[in-house]
Design a protein around this ligand. Structure first.
Ligand code: CP
Ligand code: NVA
Length: 303
């Protein structure tokens, strides 16, 4: 097993399915109030260079439930915000902590941190990937649908970190994925090339949302402007017109389809209030499962 959790591509299907198995066990224990202190006495540092609600709270609560201790570190209040090199911070933190979770901008930052840290490093979102989120999303699909095999997944919107990690997931787990992104907002070309080179599942990129959603079992979207892209909000609102997940668009999907959104959502932009609050929406289960899946990731890497 890889030391770190930086991208799904570092793992085999078996390893990731093993994380789902442990997730199920830990979720059941937590629901029944059975103690599961798999990380007793261990400390996780959580470094945030971007805002967070779910990631921070789910990792913090998760470490507590595992009998360990979480430490919240905002990069701007630490020496990282004043330019201390990543490689120095990584080596020092590894002397104090048993694991580090980072939310930052470039994927190369988490990679450099992981190279210098002798303890597991977990990607809590970069501009390129959001692997913990897609694990929670897939676990939610497994819970609702009994598995992911044979299901058709659709992505509508920006070819962003979420889209990139869905592409890796489709290649690893072997399900079909169609992404509809406006021209100029396609997913990362290297991620796409990696995925197409290792899989026989159909991973299709189009600019037609109707093509993507047609007969889909799982329909996914995310904000049009991610963290760090706030200045492009107005331009993106224009460029993404027609990419809203509305009831009319969802009507093209299978009758029992699931709607996923990693949250936070911008109602009236990438998704309508009716859809996110509607009968197909699984977004609250999805958000809850961040906690359970990440506990399994933590226990697997740090246990
Ligand atoms: N989905 C997600 O990562 O949410 P936060 O930005 O609130 O952590
Ligand atoms: N794509 C979004 C996801 C937020 C959880 C962002 O990076 O801001």
């Amino acid at each position: 097993m890889n030391k770190d959790f930086l991208a799904l591509s570092q793992f085999s299907k078996n390893e990731l399915d093993g994380i789902f198995t442990l997730t199920r066990e830990l979720k059941e224990k937590q629901k029944k109030g059975i103690e599961h202190h798999l990380l007793k006495g261990k400390t996780l540092a959580m470094i945030f260079e971007k805002s967070s609600t779910r990631t921070r709270i789910s990792f913090e609560v998760g470490m507590y439930q595992l009998g360990g201790h979480p430490l919240f570190i905002s990069s701007k209040d630490s020496q990282m915000g004043r330019g201390e090199p990543i490689k120095d911070t990584a080596r020092v933190m590894a002397r104090y902590c048993d694991g580090v979770m980072i939310r930052t901008y470039g994927q190369e930052i988490v990679e450099e941190f992981a190279r210098y840290a002798t303890v597991p490093v977990i990607n809590g979102l970069t501009d390129l990937h959001h692997p913990c989120q897609i694990m929670a999303d897939l676990f939610t699909v497994i819970e609702h649908r009994g598995g992911y095999e044979g299901l058709k997944f659709a992505w509508v919107g920006d070819g962003n970190n979420m889209a990139n990690t869905w592409i890796e997931a489709a290649a690893i787990f072997g399900f079909d994925l169609t992404l509809a992104c406006p021209k100029g907002y396609e997913p990362d070309a290297a991620v796409m090339e990696w995925a197409l080179g290792r899989t026989t599942s159909k991973i299709v990129l189009t600019d037609d949302p109707q093509e993507a959603v047609k007969d889909a079992d799982v329909v996914n979207t995310d904000v049009w402007a991610s963290m760090g892209q706030e200045a492009e909000q107005k331009k993106r609102e224009k460029d993404f017109a027609g990419y809203q997940l509305s009831e009319a668009l969802l009507d093209l999907a299978k009758g029992n389809c699931m709607v996923l959104h990693c949250l936070p959502a911008h109602r009236g932009e990438e998704i309508t209030d009716q859809v996110i609050e509607g009968p197909h929406s699984a977004v609250w289960d999805e958000a809850e499962n961040r906690l359970h899946v990440q506990k399994a990731i933590l226990a697997t890497l740090m246990g």
